[in-house]
Design a protein around this ligand. Structure first.
Ligand SMILES: [Zn+2]
Length: 104
């Protein structure tokens, strides 16, 4: 994937797929009642978008766009900015896990 600049925090990185809601709630709803679980799953998957790995903002612009060039200019060198991020899947899983335990 192509790296983009976040308009909210200036991060230069490959967008990650961000899914709203939590996996914990999803599993819970599925376990309790089948129908709400189905609706919840549909809502979560429908709300997916490519966002900033740092602040989850959807305000990402391509690096080669005028705004992207302007934004990335302030965050040089780019190679330092884009320190290896963990795999998107791992991040999403960790986030879901965190939410699961954060809730009482
Ligand atoms: Zn950001």
């Amino acid at each position: 994937m192509i790296e983009k600049v976040c308009r909210d925090c200036g991060t230069v990185a490959e967008p990650v797929t961000i899914t709203k809601g939590s996996l914990g709630t999803e599993i819970l709803l599925w376990l309790c009642l089948l129908l709400p679980g189905m609706f919840y799953t549909a809502w979560r998957h429908g709300s997916r978008y490519d966002g900033c790995p740092k602040c989850s903002s959807a305000n990402l612009v391509p690096l080669d766009s005028p705004i992207g060039r302007e934004l990335s200019k302030n965050h040089l060198p780019a190679s330092v900015q884009t320190a290896r991020a963990p795999r998107a899947g791992a991040v999403a899983f960790g986030r879901s896990l965190g939410r699961l335990f954060a809730k009482k």
